[in-house]
Design a protein around this ligand. Structure first.
Ligand code: NAI
Ligand SMILES: CC(C)[C@@H](O)CC[C@@H](C)[C@H]1CC[C@H]2[C@@H]3[C@H](O)CC4=CC(=O)CC[C@]4(C)[C@H]3CC[C@]12C
Length: 369
């Protein structure tokens, strides 16, 4: 939907704009934000597809930078009306050190907040995560909960802990005076497990299945529900929040919103099979093929192997003690807070989300042959 030239006056910055979610946010903004004059895409690694976006009426500016470097963030934020901060180290597989995770996710977010304050940017949307809530280290289920559901959010793993710290920084910054004397308005969005075109973990499952002769072996009971949300709907919620923050600052400022849509409640593995099945893979077993204690042993051995091999190579399998607990703990949301506060409705139906994801996987399938 193209806006008239005179209506184009806003400058948006998307950090992590070349990532799985970030790319969908960037493309959604270009399609559905008619007030855009300039779209800045800030990322550690700029993608080649950015060039194809530079042919339209909106100025698309790729900025290669590191959110953990305050001066680089300040330069990118300066002059922006809205910042959508998606950049982060999404690592639960032990690829990055805890120090690096905190440096990027916490210090990086602090840098974004301070840059908004110093340069006068008034609207900040942060991509938080369901993991800020849970599953907690005790494996307590969170069954179709909402933003107000009481839950003992206790984290030891660097990733959820860093996301919780970053979210708190963003929410506490709401109301701070920015350069120019007006208040900063912030909010945080908490996606559950995002799926869709470009999801690296789905690729990993697909390639693992190919290596195992087209089979995947059930490890988690089908009864363990895991919340999932389509990346296009998460992107749409980011665009909508960024648009509505100015007019609904009193209601939305300092708030958190789960990202949700009509994706069905299923176990993580059964949900993945909605896409892996049409690509020729099958999930072996109606119940977990191995007892849980053996899975714990295998996960622990994987963690030990990762530690032993680290000086030589990065060994980062999907199964480790943390991913096993998360996968094995029910965590689903049922809420309409985003609809009540800013009129959010999913842009993509479950059927459409599923079809788009399958077509992407099949396209990946053909390119893999
Ligand atoms: N993937 C998922 O299921 C979920 C993701 N999230 C959150 O969504 C956000 C995006 O996640 P994904 O797109 O899945 O991850 P991703 O890894 O695909 O994208 C993250 C982007 O941030 C960039 N980045 C990393 N470190 C950076 C740094 N120091 N400076 C600048 N850019 C940097 C990466 O290059 C990448 O393009 C993250 O904040 C994550 O915590 C939240 C809930 C679920
Ligand atoms: C090997 C089997 C036990 C297999 O079932 C493991 C699946 C496991 C890799 C995933 C299960 C749940 C996922 C996490 C969940 O979707 C919540 C997340 C939120 C985020 O912010 C980032 C990603 C993740 C931690 C996601 C990562 C992969 C799982 C642990």
């Amino acid at each position: 939907m193209a806006g008239s030239a005179e209506a184009r006056k806003l400058v948006y910055l998307v950090t992590g704009g070349c990532g799985f979610l970030g790319e969908h946010v960037v493309r959604m903004l270009l399609e559905r934000e008619p007030r855009l004059r300039e779209l800045r895409v800030f990322d550690l690694h700029l993608s080649p597809w950015l060039e194809e976006l530079k042919t339209g009426p909106v100025q698309v500016t790729g900025i290669q930078g590191d959110v953990s470097e305050a001066h680089e963030v300040a330069a990118a934020v300066s002059g922006a009306h809205v910042v959508i901060h998606t950049a982060g180290l999404v690592d639960v597989f032990g690829r990055a050190s805890p120090e690096t995770i905190y440096k990027v996710n916490v210090q990086g977010t602090q840098n974004v907040v301070e840059a908004c304050v110093q340069t006068g940017t008034r609207f900040l949307v942060y991509t938080s995560s369901m993991e800020v809530v849970g599953p907690n280290i005790k494996g307590h289920p969170f069954y179709r909960g909402n933003e107000d559901t009481p839950y003992e959010a206790v984290h030891e793993h660097p990733y959820p802990h860093s996301k919780a710290q970053a979210e708190r920084l963003v929410l506490e910054a709401n109301g701070r005076m920015v350069h120019g004397g007006l208040p900063l308005v912030t909010c945080a969005l908490r996606p559950t497990g995002i799926y869709g075109e470009g999801h690296q973990i789905m690729r990993d499952f697909y390639h693992q299945g190919l290596r195992l002769g087209g089979r995947l072996f059930r490890a988690i009971p089908a009864s363990v529900e895991h919340g999932r949300v389509y990346v296009g709907n998460v992107a749409w919620m980011h665009v909508l929040v960024a648009r509505e923050l100015e007019h609904r600052a009193a209601l939305m400022g300092g708030q958190v919103y789960f990202c949700y849509d009509k994706s069905p409640y299923k176990s993580y593995e059964d949900f993945n099979m909605e896409f892996l099945g049409p690509c020729g893979l099958r999930l072996v077993g109606t119940r977990p093929l191995l007892p849980y204690w053996l899975l714990v042993l295998l996960a622990t051995l994987n963690a030990l192997l990762q530690w032993l091999l680290r000086p030589l190579l990065l060994y980062a399998p999907l199964l480790n003690p943390y991913t096993l607990v998360v996968a094995n703990t029910t965590f689903t949301v049922s809420t309409n807070k985003a609809q009540r506060h800013f009129g959010y409705e999913p842009l993509f139906s479950w059927e459409d989300s599923r079809t788009r994801t399958i077509l992407w996987m099949q396209g990946m399938d053909s390119s893999a042959q």
